[in-house]
Design a protein around this ligand. Structure first.
Ligand code: ATP
Ligand code: MG
Length: 420
């Protein structure tokens, strides 16, 4: 029979990799907790309309990347391609917006893209969404918090912050007109994608990866020259707060982000250690979205962080804690007719040393073969129980990594030996 395989671009997370993910997940959720952010979990499947309305019809995501299908009752549903739309929907539906909310989420996202390094069809994002705070102080806080995250993960020197402001919708409209006027005069020099975007979503041309298009953009009107007064003041204050906090940034006036809902602050944390897929974390302010989805007008700001890319980066830079792959501290070797005694001894040890990660050998086998397994388990200690030990209530401790002679001690003395 033909072997069944996972869907292309959707990976299994294998036992050898899960410690890294657990490390990343606990580091992020703990950090967010320390800043007073609470977790929200929303469904992976939502009404298709939520994304076409929130993300925007003329975006890459809605135009070509969504996993959309009809369910059995004929409703169009979509596997979420991003986390903001669902979070906003949940916040409105559950009446969370009567007061400010600082939220984080973690989970799988789905986009039908060409799979490659750092680009999958099922990938994972951590995200932050803050509602009800106009900023720019909160914009600064989430950037300061991310800067701390990079320090705690040991990659601060390898990610750079790019910052821009899109202004309010009136200033974006004025800019869009100026940009379209300029680019229309050079239409034939634009790549095909950009020509199409000229009508549908001209701002997206700014982050075209095409070299000729980028050349053309060098002389294009600059978004920051079109900022309305309020957005310009917001941007100046944000920069001053980042300066005061010692968070470095680079202004990138061509940074627009791929989703329609952003206005004012937008940013990306980028690395040049991952090739083309260099954006690790990206976000911005989306003050109009809550109202657009039927809630009452509520300022909002947030970001999404690609976990696969972050994991790749940590592995590439070799900054993962060494102990990560050590999953057990001690391995019980049970030789002879001692299975019951070994199980009981292991339970007694777990009562006395709840911190001890203890794996008990199962299924018998020779002393030699069990010791090999103990060694491969990456445990520090082999705890050997043979028939003599079982009869006398003792254990023989063999040090698998340290250069120390083995010792036979009473079970009750074991905590002292292991802690020493
Ligand atoms: P890109 O320009 O790389 O396509 P994007 O603008 O589509 O990114 P966002 O929608 O802002 O990305 O998502 C936030 C983050 O999620 C990205 O910065 C990236 O780290 C991660 N990400 C996005 N798409 C994928 C994917 N297909 N596979 C893995 N990670 C992804
Ligand atoms: Mg994309």
């Amino acid at each position: 029979m033909k072997q069944l395989r996972a869907i292309r671009g959707m990976n299994d997370l294998l036992p050898g990799q899960s410690p890294v993910w657990q490390y990343v997940e606990s580091t992020l959720s703990e950090l967010f907790g320390r800043y007073g952010y609470s977790e929200i979990r929303t469904p992976s499947l939502e009404a298709t309309q939520l994304f076409s309305r929130a993300v925007g019809e003329a975006t890459d995501i809605v135009e070509k990347e969504m996993y959309t299908f009809e369910d059995k009752s004929g409703d169009s549903v979509t596997l979420r391609p991003e986390g903001t739309a669902g979070t906003v929907r949940a916040a409105i539906q559950n009446n969370l917006l009567v007061q400010p909310q600082r939220l984080w989420y973690f989970g799988p996202m789905f986009r039908y893209e060409r799979p490659q390094k750092g680009r999958l069809r099922q990938f994972h994002q951590f995200g932050i969404e803050v509602f009800g705070i106009e900023g720019p102080d909160i914009d600064a806080e989430i950037l300061i918090m991310t800067a701390r995250l990079w320090r705690e993960l040991g990659i601060a020197d390898h990610v750079k912050l790019q910052l821009n402001s899109l202004g309010n919708s009136a200033s974006r409209t004025a800019y869009r007109e100026a940009l379209v006027a300029y680019l229309s005069d050079h239409r034939e020099q634009l790549d095909e994608d950009s020509q199409r975007r000229l009508e549908r979503n001209p701002l997206r041309i700014l982050d075209s990866k095409n070299a000729r298009t980028q050349e053309l953009l060098a002389d294009a009107p600059c978004l920051l020259d079109f900022l309305d007064e309020e957005s310009a003041a917001h941007f100046e204050q944000l920069k001053a707060m980042l300066d005061a906090a010692g968070v470095g940034y680079e202004i990138n006036s061509r940074l627009v982000r791929g989703l329609d809902y952003y206005g004012k602050t937008v940013f990306e944390w980028v690395t040049d250690s991952l090739g083309a897929q260099g954006t690790v974390c990206a976000g911005g302010r989306y003050d109009g979205l809550v109202e657009q989805l039927g809630g009452k007008s509520t300022p909002a700001v947030g970001f999404g962080l690609g976990v696969e890319r972050l994991v790749l980066l940590l592995e590439t830079l070799e900054v993962l804690p060494e102990a990560l792959h050590q999953q057990v501290d001690a391995y019980v070797v049970a030789v002879g007719d001692v299975q019951s005694a070994a199980l009981a001894a292991a339970e007694q040890l777990r009562d006395e040393m709840p911190w001890l990660r203890l794996q008990t050998h199962m299924g018998g086998g020779s002393f030699k073969s069990q010791m090999k397994k103990a060694d491969r388990s990456s445990a520090e200690f082999a705890l050997i129980i043979g028939e003599d030990e079982a009869a006398s209530g003792q254990v023989t401790v063999k040090f698998l990594r340290a250069d120390q002679p083995q010792q036979t001690v009473a079970l009750a003395e074991l905590p002292t030996v292991l802690q020493g």
